[in-house]
Design a protein. Sequence first.
Length: 367
Amino acid sequence: MAKNDYYVIQGEDYRQMAIRILQAADLAADISDRKKRIGIKPNILGAQKASAGAVTHPELVDGCLTYLKEEGFVNLVVLEGSWVGDRTSQAVRVSGVYDVCSRHQVPFVDLQKDSFQTLDAAGMPISVCDEALRLDYLINLPVLKGHCQTTVTCALKNSKGLIPNSEKRRFHTLGLHKPIAHLNTVVHQNFILLDNICGDLDFEEGGNPVVMNRVLGFWDPVLCDSFAAESMGYNPRDIAYIRLAEQLGVGSAQVSDANRISLNEGVLDTDPAPMHSTRRISRLAAYASAKDACSACYGSLIYALDRLNDEGKLSWHKAGSIAIGQGYRGKIGGLGIGQCTSCFAKNLGGCPPKAVDIVEFLREFWE
């Protein structure tokens, strides 16, 4: 295990995918002591189902608890504090996570009802819930999605659920970026199991989910969020909280130096008919000509097209011009995305390519 290792798996059996990630990372060996108090922190900001693109899939919590119990860990807890305006007690039930906890006989701790104490977070006083500070090992289960204020939200910002409501309000008055970075100097994430199944395009509350059907594992939260930024078409160092967290020594933003470990065997999952879940996603999808495109590749293209739409680079005469998917293997054509279109006149390789690379490729091609 190295700090810059990360693990990737695609598919639709989310529970088993979570278990595979934890097995590959050999998390039991990293935790070692079976008596340690282990906390699992999902992202349950409000009373929603995961399919809307805002909250952690309960199957990932299920897979995590299954793995830990099979490895002999018994001092387990799932903990979360929803955003101000929603009650955690209701949100955790709607999400399905409370049922998972009940089935595993693992307590769920509502951090909105917890006491807290104020710590010195690299020169910034920040209040953190006592239950979070009692943990010996923290497994973070964020959702890779957009955010209306911070552009991207992932592992670093998911730590915000470990602070009291009064502190959450203060974070917003401070502009979010700086306090999020400083919070992560006192809240240590030991492992991140990243929900990249269907996070929202650009809004933390969901509504425009982009299906990726992917789960990842990271040791480094800054690397995780940098990967998330690139997956959505952004340069990580353009996201202030990621840049600040790296400067504070929380982790590294160098995705190019990371070691990707793929757990898929053979051909990746395919979606014969890519999901156009909302009118907005459908408008972006109209620019693609997809044939048996895998979820991660197709989702990367949707994120990239949304960035180009923000720049005013999309126009209807380009509709249907971008080929993507395994159905194009060995065929020739004009403009293709992904290694399956490697025979096309203009092609961006990758399996899957990053959205940030697709943005640059299409921008240059159309200009």
